[in-house]
Design a protein around this ligand. Sequence first.
Ligand SMILES: Cc1cc2nc3c(=O)[nH]c(=O)nc-3n(C[C@H](O)[C@H](O)[C@H](O)COP(=O)(O)O)c2cc1C
Length: 161
Amino acid sequence: MNKFLEAMRFRHACKIFDENKKIDEDKFLDILESGRLSPSSMGMEPTRFIVIENKRLKEELKPLCWDQIQITSAAKVVVLKTIIQSLIPPSNYVDSISFRRGKTKQEREAWIQRYGNFLESMQAKGINVENWGQKQAYIAASSMMNCAAYMGIDSCPIEGI
Ligand SMILES: Cc1cc2nc3c(=O)[nH]c(=O)nc-3n(C[C@H](O)[C@H](O)[C@H](O)COP(=O)(O)O)c2cc1C
């Protein structure tokens, strides 16, 4: 059978994790890498991954997540965060990404202009930078859950936060 589809069939939203099971560090790094390698609109890579494994921190987080038991039973909790302010030009971050888009100053400035226009067109459709960034995070989350499933590791997306 196609191994990717096999992983997709294995994947399910796990409701409680076995606390005796740990994730091998190299496998966990592969999961994070699948998130890092995920596509993002305009190549802006706006998602950052915060890994929480400290028991006390997980306990503090749980009430903020509708008391869902996955937060404390999971070996690793990965919080996806969007660097919203940095995405809005002018910013050092936008400048740094522009270096991948143009060799000359003129090319880079033209790209930043196009990017700014794109953000404005999104805004006109009612999609603000927060919404736009969130979409990119969901793509990364999907990659990570599928990568975990490929290695036989359970996961659960948590939007209840
Ligand atoms: C964006 C998103 C947020 C979700 N949030 C939660 C959540 O907070 N708690 C939970 O138990 N499941 C959550 N789920 C899991 C869905 O309920 C689950 O994927 C759906 O019922 C289908 O079941 P399956 O994933 O086992 O196939 C979420 C799923 C998605 C895609």
